[in-house]
Each structure stands twice: as structure tokens, then as C-alpha cells.
Design a protein around this ligand. Sequence first.
Ligand code: HEC
Length: 153
Amino acid sequence: MSDDSAVKRNLILFILALVVLGVAIFVIAQTVTKDTSQVERNKLGEKAMLARIKPVGEVTVGGAAAAGAATAAASGPEVPGACMGCHGSGVLGAPKVGSKDDWTPRVGQGMAALVANAKNGKGNMPAQGAGMDDAQLKAAITAMLDKAGLSAE
Ligand code: HEC
């Protein structure tokens, strides 16, 4: 009788060990599978991210070439971000990039005066000379005028 119960006990222990082993394998398999799908997801995320940060120019150039008229606005030098902060939207009354009406009254005074006014500040525009030298300011102004189809001597 006592032999019998010893066998039973061993059998129960054996089955318990199998169950524990099974659970362990299940957990490990689960973890490994999760890791793999995580990597897969990251790969997808990377692709999506690369698609999202694809240069806008790529799309614009194709459209501009087809549209023809848009080519002038799409090409040409870029206006620095430091200027776009105000001149992009026209906030504070800044002459807007691409607006011929805003810039036409201002080009007459000449490039030297425009550079000086940008450098020292004018009206609501604080002095821009700290971050850019005259050549950079001139390039920035040239870019803004270019987008409006204008230029200053
Ligand atoms: C904080 C906003 C702001 C930022 C940033 C700014 N501007 Fe201006 N800008 C203005 C405003 C407002 C005016 C209109 C000033 C006026 O005529 O009273 C102006 C006018 C100008 C003019 C015309 C000046 C004239 O004599 O009529 C030029 C040129 C110019 N900005 C260049 C620049 C350049 C280049 C940058 C970047 C380096 C820049 N601005 C950044 C607000 C800004």
C-alpha cells in the first residue's frame, strides 16, 4: 500500500514537472514571438517614418514640372527658417514670402537699404543682424523677393 502511494506521489510530481516545463516553454515561446513581431513592427515603423520624412521637394518638383507655372515658386533659393517665422505667415505685419503686393512697395529702396533694415530691425521686426551677416541677410532677402517674383538692386 505504501509502495503504491509512493508511485502515485512520484507520478503526480512527474506530471507537475511536465506542467511546469510546459508553462515555461509556453512563456519562452510567447516572449520570443513577441520580440520578433516587435522587430517586424519597428521595421514597418521605420518604413513609414522614412516615407513621412521623404523630402517634400521630390513631390513638388514633379508637380511643378507638370504645372509649369509653379516652377518659379518651387525652385530658387530657400528662405531661412529664422525669417519664415514671421515672413512665412505675415505675422506682426511682416511682408509675406511669395506676396508680390507686400514686397513691391519695399523693393524700390534698394537691396542695401533692405539689408540694413533687416540687420538693424524695422517696425515690428527685431534686428536680425545677430544671427546672420550681411551676405546671409542679402541671400535671405533675395530668396524672399525671388518667391514673390521680384528682385532688388
Ligand atoms: C519677429 C518677426 C520677424 C522676423 C523673425 C523677421 N522679420 Fe523681417 N519683417 C518683420 C516685419 C513685421 C516687417 C515689416 C516692418 C515694417 O515695415 O514696419 C519686416 C520687414 C522686413 C523687410 C523689409 C524692410 C523694409 O525696409 O521694408 C526685410 C527685407 C526683412 N523683413 C527681412 C527679414 C529677414 C532677412 C529675416 C530673417 C533673417 C527677417 N526679416 C525676419 C518681421 C520679422
